[in-house]
Design a protein around this ligand. Structure first.
Ligand code: M6R
Length: 618
């Protein structure tokens, strides 16, 4: 959700605080783009600017009315929760005397009584946000204690909900104070300057040295010092880490959109996720899995918890892990998990999949699983994020930063990591012989080149997408691992092109969805390899069934699969790939199709309406 950046530099005022804040916001705009704002402490006092709409609007404001040189800055890019995306509701929010500014990510659940209390005390509110109550509460505490850290500690004790807060005060020109509960905040360690950010993207071009913050901690940064305390004000330790990607990884690199770039990053994302996973004897080793082998051997059920695209990766994993390990796998949308009284024991392995590592629904599922005694293994892309910290073990995907709101390379990396997990368990539990595991790893290693082959021929998909820009509804059908791919294809089209799109298991067609078929209805089919004849023939029959009713069939099929040719209006070919690994290739044309069609409609492919990259509220 919202993106937050904080900066403290040398005592001599300069333009750097504003530059750092604006650059950080540009890198984090994917987290929310309803409005943006900054506040600085300058020699003349606290100054701020904010504007509804994308960051470009704030830039326009700053060009028309430049802000003075300063020593500290905070910046915010918003995904609206309380109050619409207006100038007044944009952050920062100021105290009544205009000396204190605060920015916030999350939701203050008890803001209504706090607001009523402040209003009764005579405070005038200028926005509809939950955040503004924090500005007024902090100002009162600061005026009493003259200590911003102490004020933050006192105020956060009164807040319920999830939040990251940053505050600055005109009378404290050398510090920014931050706090977090159930919402991300990372510290960037510089030389004579320090940073705060919702994620490392906020400061990646200035430092790669970072410090994770724990739950309910408060941090005070100055130019030369970083002080973290717990909720009682006692000194606390953070975990230091080095960011393993460059600022260059989070730029478009010559592509028109981040999504385009990230689609093209996919061969590398898969290859990097596979890198260094075998020992000298060729055995699969997952060093990061800190769960005792005895426990992993005794696992009798796996539950995958995740949301959106990550959940579809889990759905693909189910087919592979059950087949390789003979362990039952359930896939549960994380936001449904804890509300249905799931059957979880100490023999259950819960696998939490998340690109951001900050999805609140998934975090809550992780907590619930651990409370029930399960071990939790996180498959996450973002170092320093909450989910790995709250899990028993983590298997990092190495997709690099994913900026576009629509997930692409993270999806492929998540599937790859799930395959590694499945093979590791199969090896550990003796379901597969070492040479079998080695064979699967070889097949996986061949995948990046196959994905690249599809990308080299992408224009074919793009041309079809452009020609279909006026479609109002598109269906996606698949069986077996093609089913989650169908769901993912539909999700991509919905979120990017705002077109009604549905994914179905192809076998379900005759149980209802076939009623949707009318003349010209576009239907994508994800066709399994003909080397699984039974499965393949069923899908070919489904293609015939919808074609007979007037549908336009767009078929994703393996090279050399001629059985589909008579029934396909359009065929997108993918290289020959083992059945279980087909999602890594069959989803790629669907990603390209959705991105191109959305672009042809003139939509913002990287920042689709109403969405944000990481969903840090439940
Ligand atoms: O960061 P996460 O992987 O936990 O995010 C989960 C979903 O919010 C995410 O995959 C979402 O569905 C994407 N916008 C899909 O493109």
């Amino acid at each position: 959700m919202c993106g937050i950046v904080g900066y403290v530099g040398p005592a001599m005022p300069s333009n750097r605080p504003l530059e750092v804040a604006m650059e950080g916001l540009a890198r984090m705009e994917y987290r929310g783009y309803d409005s943006a704002g900054v506040a600085l402490v300058a020699p003349m006092g606290l100054v701020s600017a904010k504007k509804a709409g994308k960051l470009a609007n704030l830039r326009g404001v700053l060009e028309a009315s430049p802000l003075p040189e300063a020593t500290v800055a905070i910046g915010h890019t918003r995904w609206a929760t309380h109050g619409g995306p207006t100038d007044a509701n944009a952050h920062p929010h100021l105290s009544e005397d205009g000396k204190l500014a605060v920015i916030h990510n999350g939701i203050i659940e008890n803001f209504a009584p706090l607001r009523a209390e402040l209003a009764a005390a005579g405070v005038t509110f200028t926005s509809e946000t939950d955040t503004e109550v924090v500005a007024h509460l902090l100002a009162r505490e600061y005026n009493a204690a003259r200590d911003l850290t102490q004020a933050m500690l006192t105020v956060t004790r009164r807040l319920e909900g999830a939040y990251t807060l940053l505050a600055i005060h005109a009378d404290a020109p050398g510090s920014v104070v931050g706090a977090r509960r159930n919402s991300p905040l990372v510290i960037g360690l510089g030389d004579g300057e320090n940073f705060l950010g919702s994620d490392v993207a906020a400061f990646i071009s200035h430092t790669k040295d970072a410090l994770e913050m724990g739950q309910d901690q408060v941090v005070t940064i100055t130019a030369d010092d970083v002080r973290v305390v717990d909720a009682d004000g006692n000194p606390a330790e953070g975990r230091r880490f080095t960011v393993d990607w460059d600022a260059d990884a989070a730029v478009k690199g010559g592509y028109a959109t981040f999504m385009d770039k990230e689609i093209h990053d996919q061969p590398k994302a898969v290859a990097d996720t596979l890198l260094g996973r075998t020992d000298t004897a060729g055995n699969l080793v997952l060093d990061e899995l800190r769960i005792d082998e005895t426990i992993l051997r005794s696992v009798d059920k796996i539950i995958v918890v995740a949301c959106g695209t990550a959940a579809y990766a889990g759905h693909v994993a189910k087919y592979a892990i059950e087949h390789w390990c003979r362990i039952p796998v359930e896939v549960e949308l994380a936001h449904e998990f804890r509300y249905r009284d799931p059957v979880v024991s100490e023999k259950t392995l819960v696998v939490a999949i998340s690109q951001s590592g900050e999805t609140m629904d998934t975090i809550m599922a992780v907590r619930h699983a651990r409370e029930q005694g399960a071990k939790v293994l996180a498959i996450v892309n973002t170092h320093g994020s909450t989910i790995p910290r709250e899990s028993d073990a983590v298997l990092y995907t190495h997709a690099g930063p994913e900026v576009a709101v629509a997930s692409t390379k993270a999806f492929l990396a998540q599937i790859t990591a799930c395959y590694l997990l499945g093979l590791y368990l199969a090896q550990l539990r003796g379901n597969k012989y070492p040479d079998e595991v080695a064979g699967y790893l070889e097949e996986l290693a061949a995948l990046p080149a196959k994905i690249q082959h599809i990308l080299d021929n992408e224009e074919e998909v793009r041309a079809v997408a452009r020609a279909m820009k006026d479609a109002t509804s598109v269906l996606f059908l698949g069986r077996h691992v093609g089913y989650p791919v169908a769901l993912e294809g539909a999700l991509k089209l919905k979120e990017l092109a705002y077109i009604h799109a549905e994914g179905f298991a192809a076998g379900e067609l005759k149980h209802g969805p076939i009623a949707l078929i009318e003349d010209g209805q576009p239907v994508f089919f994800i066709v399994p390899t003909p080397r699984r004849p039974l499965l393949h023939s069923k899908v070919v029959s489904n293609i015939q069934e919808v074609r007979a009713r007037g549908a336009k069939t767009l078929v994703i099929a393996e090279e050399g699969d001629e059985a589909v040719t008579p029934y396909a209006d359009v065929i997108f070919r993918v290289p020959r790939t083992p059945t279980l690994m087909m999602p890594l290739v069959t989803v790629v044309p669907l990603q390209i199709f959705a991105a191109e069609l959305a672009g042809a409609k003139g939509y913002d492919v990287d920042q689709p309406r109403n969405l944000a990259k990481s969903v840090t509220v439940e």
